[in-house]
Design a protein around this ligand. Structure first.
Ligand SMILES: [Zn+2]
Ligand SMILES: [Zn+2]
Length: 255
């Protein structure tokens, strides 16, 4: 699997970090993990094959994770390059994702689901295995962030694994959920003294990494306060048990 970070920031406008989206290339097709408003731009900018995108996972309904969904569907509806497409686009998310898309759609009769190709919307249940792409097994786990927020665990046929926490407050079960994965993509919104419970600060993220024991960890979802610190030095203070990578927009990782 190959991961391209499309957005390592938050909803706060930032010159280098756009909001959450990650492109995953797998043997079973391509998957977009969250779809922020910047995702369509980034996919084109990084020359990713967006007209052929197979599936989208929406972790929760904050706009920095799903605000690009309606604009992307408007794009695929009208773009010349998707006119000949026949294969379906599948959109997976927590309970309520169908209603959210319908509300976007009905807000101005956009006809977002009247595409040249079929669009299938799938609402997933916590801890119930599903196939998100052919040969790619997925499981979602609730996170303490919003009522509907979920982390997702992916496993390909070669047994490579990945967990994407999306936004989460602290809960040890997220560490257990990511046990032994090849890549643990974990939010780390704040450095310390976090102002809200529904996100993580560095010490908590490193605790979860220690618990999960992944091959590598990728920290992301950085608020602008991270601009003022030396990432490597901050991480070194915690003597991490594995490589801990700073997400940046455009970063490519092989899993
Ligand atoms: Zn967020
Ligand atoms: Zn959020």
């Amino acid at each position: 699997m190959n991961l391209t970070v499309l957005g390592s920031g938050t909803s706060v406008p930032h010159p280098n970090r756009s909001s959450s989206a990650y492109w995953l290339e797998t043997a079973g097709g391509s998957l977009l993990l969250d779809c922020s408003a910047a995702a369509p731009l980034r996919m084109a900018q990084y020359k990713l094959d967006w007209p052929d995108l197979d599936a989208i996972w929406i972790s929760h309904f904050h706009l920095d994770h799903c605000g690009g969904l309606a604009p992307f569907l408007a794009g695929t509806k009208h773009a010349a390059v998707t006119k000949q497409r026949n294969k379906p686009l599948r959109i997976f998310g927590p309970k309520g994702i169908s209603d959210l898309i319908e509300r976007f759609n009905n807000s101005n009769k956009y006809g977002l689901l009247d595409q040249p190709f079929p669009v299938e919307i799938v609402e997933v249940e916590e801890l119930e295995k599903f196939e998100i792409l052919p040969g790619i097994e997925a499981v979602a786990c609730k996170t303490p962030h919003t009522d509907e927020s979920h982390a997702i665990h992916l496993r390909d046929k070669g047994d490579k694994t990945l967990v994407y926490s999306a936004d989460t407050g602290f809960d040890e079960k997220i560490g257990a959920f990511a046990n032994g994965v090849d890549l643990f993509i974990l939010e780390c919104s704040f450095i310390r003294d976090k102002p809200v419970q529904k996100h993580l600060e560095l010490a908590e993220a490193l605790f979860l990494i220690r618990k999960a024991h992944p091959t590598r960890a990728l920290l992301t979802h950085f608020y602008p306060e991270w601009d003022d610190v030396d990432f490597t030095k901050e991480i070194a203070k915690f003597d991490p048990i594995c490589e801990v990578i700073e997400a940046t927009d455009g970063l490519l990782l092989e899993i």
